[in-house]
Design a protein around this ligand. Structure first.
Ligand SMILES: NC(=O)CCC(=O)C(=O)O
Length: 265
């Protein structure tokens, strides 16, 4: 299976419309890949809080239209990263979109863990409540977004739902790049799954982005890692390695569930 992670530079000098056109072209150039992955909130930037409201779009808005067309033009499965979604009956959401090679929307995932503690995304957006997996030929993909990477129970839920490949679009800052790499490897090892984590490059809202998109195999080996600037990271991987890893080192089968409540002495 060939995956291309497009690590987009999200800088303030470029308009959303221009970036959308540029990203559409980049997706089209990936014809021949099986799966293409884009980062989190690449239209605005994950830290450009002031733009969430002004650039929010309905689920089937301009980014949906552009990405559906780009996926079908390229004939690829496209995890189009996330958009600030305006729900006509609710708050904004940080929503990921997944398209089939014919350009049909096959999944939408509203980010569950919002970043910012008492500001930013955490107060400007609503929280999703549903885990999402998508059946692709050869592998079941579980989706999560950026800050979700810090919450192992979400990923274990995806594995329990059949996920073998974990796809994580992000807008991760340079300041915490060490956490990004470590957490991507940890989620791969503990879940014996591939992790495809696609971040942004550039600087927006004064926050330099980490880049360093990464693909990790179920044994925790880094198959490919991007640098700091905009780049397409292409990797070939064998989804069957999930089953062999889980058979040969069956740690997932040793889980002990339903423990008694803690005993405090
Ligand atoms: N956009 C995000 O979710 C940022 C997450 C982050 O910076 C962190 O977890 O650290």
């Amino acid at each position: 299976m060939r995956a291309s992670l497009i690590q987009i530079a999200v800088d303030e000098g470029e308009s959303v419309e221009s970036r959308r056109r540029r990203v559409s072209s980049l997706v089209r150039e990936q014809a021949g890949a099986d799966l293409v992955v884009l980062p989190e909130l690449w239209t605005t930037g994950a830290f450009a809080y002031e733009e969430f409201g002004t650039e929010a779009e309905p689920l089937e808005g301009p980014t949906y239209e552009a990405m559906a067309k780009a996926a079908s033009d390229a004939g690829v499965w496209l995890h189009a990263g996330s958009i600030p979604e305006r729900d006509p009956e609710g708050p904004l959401y940080n929503t990921s979109l997944v398209f089939s090679p014919s350009g049909d929307l096959v999944a939408a995932y509203r980010k569950i863990h919002r970043f910012g503690f008492d500001k930013g995304e955490a107060v400007l957006m609503g929280a999703g409540r549903e885990l999402v997996t998508v059946r692709l030929p050869g592998t079941t993909v579980g989706v999560a977004t950026c800050y979700d990477l810090r919450f192992p129970e979400l990923f274990r839920g995806l594995v329990d739902a059949g996920a073998e490949t974990l796809v994580v679009p992000a807008g991760w800052p340079e300041r915490r790049r060490a956490h990004w790499t470590l957490l991507a490897q940890a989620r791969a090892v503990e879940n014996q799954a591939f992790v495809l984590a696609c971040g942004t490059a550039g600087t927006h809202a004064g926050v330099p982005q980490a880049g360093h998109s990464i693909v990790v195999d179920p044994w925790g080996e880094v198959l490919a890692e991007a640098g700091a600037v905009e780049e397409v990271l292409t990797v070939d991987f064998d989804p069957a390695k999930v089953a062999t890893t889980r058979e040969q080192f069956p740690a997932l089968k040793d889980r002990v569930l339903g423990l008694e409540p803690p005993h405090t002495f």
